[in-house]
Design a protein around this ligand. Sequence first.
Ligand SMILES: [Zn+2]
Length: 275
Amino acid sequence: MTDTIKIHVLHTGLVKVDKALPFHGLYRNPLAFTGLVRSEANQVTLPVSSYLIEHPKGLVLIDTGWNKLVRTSNWRELGPQVQINTAYLPAGWAIDERLAALGYRPQDLDYVLLSHLHCDHVSGLKHVAAAKHILVSEPEWRVANRLPLVYLPHEWRGVNVQTYRYAQARVGPTGEAYDVFGDDRVLQVHTAGHATGMSATLARGGDGRYVLLAADVGYANRSWEEMLTPGICTNRKAAITSLGWVREMAHDPNCIEALANHNTTTDPHVITLTY
Ligand SMILES: [Zn+2]
């Protein structure tokens, strides 16, 4: 038993998208995020983050980055979605390669928690399919298997994905969360808007200080400073509510760090909380 919670911020890919995808409202063309009829000058390349949490009760991975297949063919992994995302995965950046560098094998993972099932978060899932539990929220699972144009179900085909239900938790924009270890320290907080069942991860230390891994509630930390929701949203109103919650959490003095998954100025690093 250790008396700390350690969070490794990992980069498990890069994604090139139209500038309008991260920041809705900054660009006038309502379909700009698709990248269709938009030039290379409108493209930005962002990191794709995953997070490894070493908790006294188990090892948790949040999201999985890109599959190694994108190194040879974006088309085979993404199909028509290459219109929206171009994937890059430098050598050593795949999630299983990142884990190996830290001395872990996929089967050492107690939980893989998927914030949501968009391709840049779940593409690498097959590299960690040997994990003991792979979990996503029930509402996200339901929607993702019904919208094959927005999601890529082949990315989880053949993988044993289980679902959890959000419960009343007095935290988050809707007051709903899933407590992973039942100790109130690692919570998957329901943050709908960008994706229906999306969760942000709230990691809390024994001293009340916390780290918020905000998934795609905002693409960058700038998103909650300027209240810019992502270009892709299933529910814009819910997205603004979720972003407002992240903003308040990020500005709280007890917040050690709030991290947007695709923030360009976030480098890989380690954060330690007291358990
Ligand atoms: Zn997303």
